[in-house]
Ligand binder design. Structure first.
Ligand code: AMP
Ligand code: MG
Length: 331
């Protein structure tokens, strides 16, 4: 049985944090909220603990994990830094932004999915930060869902996927802030910063700071960022993308037995069950929860609304495309 402990998001109770940290230090798994989604945490430097993450999720072993830190000084022992990575960290951390750098040998191969690089992030959530600080190790944490399922943005979704497989869930209450995972960039070559995975951190913000373009993910059969090649985020019923201009009467019969997730108010006329958000930020925040809610309803299909390609919209489009099984760089 997995223990769920309610914890204050803004002022996490010290006794709960120390219980959770003791589990991490002894090589066990603890799920905890971050500002993006819930993470499934283990001591990143303990290969047996990290192996438990891959087993609990059913995650392919070549899909590397992100190391979560609470202090930029931790990076020195984990990765080869450069001026650009330092400047980005200094400016933006903590943030839903993950930096990929050349790894140092202290990071076990299993944690980095066999790669020579390592991904590092400082989450902007007091529960996550206190847990990392109290554990005194970087915490490897992918999303706390079964591999391929929608990422969990509340504690009950973690429980659905992980009950009996992990020791503890820290329940921060409600939904996580952003609702989609971090933006991952490769900064190992300071002259050519590359986007590996769009996500919660707007790439425009980074480009403005760098005063340079960030290069796009390459559509290649052997992706640099291994997670890119797997189907992801999919509910149990089919997902299809719909453009707002197609939400018209002439398409209505196609929608009759379907669900909808998006921001377009017109959708409520057409669908059996429509989850409509006020804006793109709330759409990103609620997308995965909406998937889990709709898959348990008597509908044949979920239509997700396509949105413009800027800010968090970039990351949201990526998640929507993958859930629909299109444009996933699959080889
Ligand atoms: P998640 O599945 O949300 O934990 O995200 C982990 C993702 O971060 C992976 O699937 C990769 O896309 C990316 N990532 C982690 N480590 C690396 C790395 N060393 N090199 C490139 N991408 C990485
Ligand atoms: Mg994930």
């Amino acid at each position: 049985m997995t223990q769920i402990l309610r914890i204050n998001k803004f002022n996490p109770e010290a006794d709960i944090i120390s219980q959770a940290a003791a589990l991490i230090k002894s090589g066990e798994l603890v799920a905890f909220p971050t500002e993006t989604v819930y993470g499934l945490g283990a001591d990143a430097l303990n290969p047996e603990a990290v192996a438990k993450i891959f087993r609990a999720k059913g995650r392919p072993s070549d899909n590397p994990l992100i190391l979560h830190i609470c202090d930029v000084n931790q990076v020195r022992d984990l990765a080869h830094e450069n001026d650009v990575s330092r400047a980005i960290m200094q400016k933006f951390f903590p943030a839903p932004l993950t930096l990929v750098l050349k790894a140092k040998d202290s990071v076990p191969k299993i944690t980095r999915g066999g790669l020579d690089s390592v991904a590092i992030r400082m989450p902007d959530n007091p529960i996550a930060q206190s847990l990392i600080e109290s554990s005194q190790v970087p915490i490897a944490a992918p999303s706390a869902n079964l591999s391929g399922r929608p990422s969990p943005t509340d504690s009950q979704s973690v429980f659905q996927d992980m009950n009996g497989k992990i020791e503890m869930i820290l329940d921060g209450g409600g939904l996580t802030d952003f609702g989609i995972e971090s933006t991952v960039i490769d900064v190992s070559n300071p002259g050519k910063i590359a986007l590996l995975r769009p996500g919660a951190f707007a790439i425009e913000t980074l480009e403005k700071f760098l005063n340079a373009k960030v290069s796009e993910p390459e559509k290649i059969s052997q992706p640099r960022s291994p997670g890119m090649k797997y189907k992801h985020y999919a509910p149990k019923i089919p997902v299809e993308i719909i453009c707002p201009e197609d939400l018209t009467l002439s398409h209505a019969n196609k929608f009759a037995n379907s669900g909808f997730v998006g921001i377009n108010q017109r959708a409520k006329i057409f669908f059996k069950r429509a989850i409509i958000f006020e804006n793109v930020n709330n759409y990103a925040r609620g997308l995965f929860f909406a998937f889990r809610e709709l898959e348990n309803q008597d509908i044949a299909r979920i239509f997700v609304e396509w949105i413009p390609d800027w800010g968090i919209g970039r990351g949201l489009r990526d998640r929507i495309s993958r859930a629909a099984g299109v444009d996933t760089n699959q080889s």
